[in-house]
Design a binder for this molecule. Structure first.
Ligand code: OGA
Ligand code: ZN
Length: 378
């Protein structure tokens, strides 16, 4: 039997559940989250917080029948399900199926350790799709194989996850050696390890590179886990880690039609101090404009990250075959390629992006369906 008591001094309702667990729910939180304040269809909050005083306090609190009932001074009554309150105990984050801890990897992963999925499976089965997305979240990298020989077939897999992120290079971009390139990717040059579009306000999340042809000599793909490098820098060189995660540098792309700029730190940390994003692209780095007395110290840290991104200890290499698509978290895993010789054969990758938010939404929706199927089977 759940009990609920009003604690005026703490300005909170103290709830004790039948298993002995307890929590304190501040008055203002209870009023803001009254179930009547949410639209019955959209589930969005319709309650206007400014319609009540910040120091609002209940007139009466009662518990019984698995519910907590609160009466407010204006007569409004809030009925909370005791289980719902338990799920939303202040200070406890709601479980998130997309909150999948990354597993840092280094060269030992090898090309054979990269998770793989079959195109037909992920197109036909929600279970296969979810398994693949979860593995891609863990490693930040995977390969889909058996894709039909068309640009549309690769994009259909990305679209199965969510909306494509359009950029100044289009909804999708053809990575081929072009006569008049506006991007080094559209040449036959080597591309050192980088993350794409660090000059954007929000660099794209997941990147899809579908290989349609890779007949030229060279053109192998390179990958490394930026989170592994960042963690090693944190352990080895606290000053470098601090500079890379607190000092922002300018990035810029400009051509005839665009001039897209953003400042960002090479290492992005979340609230808990975990590395949550990597921004590293020497081609898009603009002229560093740091104070003169910080410049050399910063360059030392920046160069350390660059040296490590080229260290074999972190490197996984492979040569994509026609019908394969590499999928990676562009804000975590750095990618690159060896130079190729266009005279020896055709090389064509088609690229597109799906942002992390849409990718994670797909994981949540598929997990919801899986949870319901499991419940039905019980
Ligand atoms: C890119 C890129 C890699 C490749 O287009 O951003 O890095 O293998 N391409 O061509
Ligand atoms: Zn790239």
């Amino acid at each position: 039997m759940t009990s609920a008591t009003l604690n005026a001094r703490e300005r909170a309702v103290h709830v004790v559940w039948s298993d002995g667990e307890d929590a304190r729910f501040p008055f203002i939180w209870l009023r803001d989250n009254c179930p009547s304040g949410f639209h019955p269809q959209t589930q969005e909050r319709t309650f206007d917080l400014t319609s009540v005083r910040a120091d609002i306090a209940p007139k009466e609190v009662r518990a019984g029948n698995g519910a907590v009932e609160i009466t407010w001074p204006d007569g409004h009554r809030s009925l909370f399900d005791a289980g719902w309150l338990h799920d939303h105990r202040p200070g406890v984050r709601m479980p998130d199926p997309a909150d999948i801890p990354p597993l840092a990897w280094r060269r030992e992963l090898g090309a054979s350790g990269i998770p793989r999925a079959g195109a037909d499976d992920v197109m036909a089965s929600d279970d296969a799709l979810l398994d693949w997305l979860v593995r891609t979240r863990i490693y930040g990298l995977s390969i889909v194989e058996g894709i039909a020989d068309s640009v549309a077939a690769g994009m259909a897999i990305a679209r199965r996850i969510g909306f494509l992120r359009e950029t100044n290079f289009g909804v999708d971009f053809q990575v081929v050696s072009k006569p008049d390139p506006n991007n080094l990717a559209y040449t036959a040059h080597r591309l050192p390890l980088h993350t794409d579009l660090t000059n954007q306000e929000l660099p794209p999340g997941f990147q899809f590179l579908h290989c349609l042809a890779n007949e030229a000599t060279g053109g192998g793909s390179l990958f490394c886990d930026g989170f592994a490098i960042a963690e090693d820098i944190r352990a080895q060189d606290a000053d470098a880690f601090d500079l890379l995660s607190t000092v922002s540098v300018p990035f810029r792309f400009h051509d005839a039609d665009t001039d897209i700029r953003c400042r960002r730190c090479v290492l992005e940390l979340d609230e808990a101090g975990n590395v949550a994003g990597i921004n590293f692209n020497a081609h898009l780095a603009d002229i560093f404009d740091l104070p003169a007395d910080l410049m050399e110290r910063y360059y030392r840290a920046y160069r350390l990250f660059m040296v490590m991104s080229r260290d074999d200890a972190y490197l996984v290499t492979l040569k994509l075959k026609g019908g394969e698509m590499v999928v990676f978290d562009n804000r975590r895993v750095l990618h690159g390629r060896d130079a190729f010789d266009p005279a020896t054969g055709f090389r064509h990758l088609n690229g597109c992006y799906v942002d992390r938010g849409d990718f994670d939404s797909c994981i949540r929706v598929l997990s919801r369906a899986r949870g319901m199927a499991a419940q039905a089977a019980e």
